[in-house]
Ligand binder design. Structure first.
Ligand code: FAD
Length: 363
């Protein structure tokens, strides 16, 4: 952000907040909801700084590895919480983790919180509240403008052959590109589908085949205005577990919403989305919906990285290990902000530096 002078700001401050306690909708405010989730958050991730004191490095503490065996649901179930606290915490975590909590690793919650000085409140703000004021495209455009090499969009790589002297990359339109090094930045879930010769290590391919837990929904909803900015939390089982206002105007407002499982809702249907919002309130009129089916996009097959239990311990170091002239990079294997733009930048910077050092003439 600093490098490109991009403006960072916060979304609209919530003036009312809805959540569900013991099957009833509570109409309160955000501090009230934060109070409900506070005991669960503290118990769940209060030790994140101890379990992962250096989230920028690969964790090797035994206590972290032990925690990494659990699902987030198991970790939540082990806490002494009231049903209302439990349900509110679960909904909040679906918003962050974008997957069913019984498939999400507890380590995901630890990693996110460790990355924000072990404060769950800062984690919540950093991941949910702040945004690029002029949109995300400006970041991609700024990076592209900074690049000295070529960018070939819509060029599908079908095969990668590597040996000690370099790499030959084959494209779907029949081109071959020879280079001294290649950095593969495919999303983890499709890495194993790429024909790499000699094949990537079993550890890397197993991590890809096992897949991430991220399979949820992020859906944009335009509703008739004016409305007051709000947050809303339902339960982990609803099609939409979290909804909040992202832009508020006189005529309309844009909401952003999250669910654990993208198959629970037809995200192209205004009627279905209208019904999903009725969980909290029936005064919203849906005008338009927008989303992308990332889970069925052949170039992604996942949303943002959320690992399954044990995945970090099994594969984090291996995914970062070079294989001769080929390396992997990307947000999915970042240390600090895996699953965020920042993670892609972190991983890209590290990998580029390592490759540059390797190719620098000796002496
Ligand atoms: C719905 C959603 C919302 C998100 N919201 C946020 C957010 O608010 N903030 C945030 O920081 N992060 C967010 N993320 C996460 C963020 O988008 C990712 O972490 C980031 O884009 C990862 O960057 P990457 O370069 O590692 O991988 P990607 O962006 O996935 O890039 C991989 C590229 O490889 C291409 N590719 C795949 N196969 C081939 C092939 N065979 N040949 C050639 N190219 C190929 C793909 O088309 C893609 O362009 C979100 C992600 C999703 C899905």
């Amino acid at each position: 952000m600093t490098r490109y002078g991009l403006r960072v700001g916060r979304g609209p401050r919530s003036e009312e907040t809805f959540w569900i306690a013991d099957g009833e909708v509570v109409h309160g405010d955000l501090p009230g909801f934060m109070e409900v989730i506070d005991p669960g958050m503290r118990a769940l991730v209060g030790q994140a700084g101890k379990l992962m004191p250096r989230p920028d490095r690969i964790a090797d503490q035994a206590a972290f590895a032990e925690a990494d065996r659990l699902t987030l649901q198991q970790a939540l179930d082990a806490l002494d919480l009231s049903p209302a606290e439990r349900s509110a915490n679960e909904a909040a975590w679906v918003g962050h983790c974008n997957g069913p909590l019984d498939q999400v690793g507890y380590a995901a919650a630890i990693r996110w919180t460790a990355a924000t000085s072990a404060s769950w409140e800062v984690m919540h703000e950093a991941s949910s509240i702040y945004r690029l004021e002029d949109g995300n495209a400006g970041l991609a455009q700024a990076i592209a403008a900074d690049l000295k090499g070529d960018i070939r969009l819509n060029t599908v790589v079908t095969r990668v052959e590597h040996d000690d002297t370099g790499v030959t990359v084959h494209t779907a339109d029949g081109d071959r590109v020879r280079a001294r090094r290649a950095v593969l930045t495919l999303p983890l879930n499709i890495l194993h589908e790429l024909d790499v010769q000699p094949p990537l290590s079993a550890g890397k391919l197993d991590a890809s085949r096992a897949g991430t837990a991220s399979q949820g929904l992020k859906l944009w909803i335009r509703v008739k205005g004016p409305i007051k900015p709000f947050f809303a939390y339902s339960t982990k089982d609803h099609p939409l577990s979290v909804v909040r206002t992202e832009f508020v105007g006189e005529e309309d407002a844009v909401l952003v919403s999250f669910g654990a499982d993208a198959t629970r809702l037809d995200a192209t249907s205004v009627d279905e989305v209208q019904r999903a919002l009725k969980v909290w309130r029936d005064d919203l009129e849906v005008l338009e919906v927008a989303s992308h089916d990332w889970n069925n996009d052949p170039f992604a097959k996942e949303t943002w990285l959320i690992q399954r239990p044990g995945a970090y311990s099994a594969s984090q170091a291996e995914l970062q290990r070079p294989e001769g002239t080929v390396r992997l990079a990307g947000s999915d294997l970042a240390n600090l902000w895996a699953g965020f733009f920042d993670g892609a930048i972190e991983s890209g910077l590290r990998t580029a530096r390592e490759v540059t050092a390797e190719l620098r003439p000796a002496g």
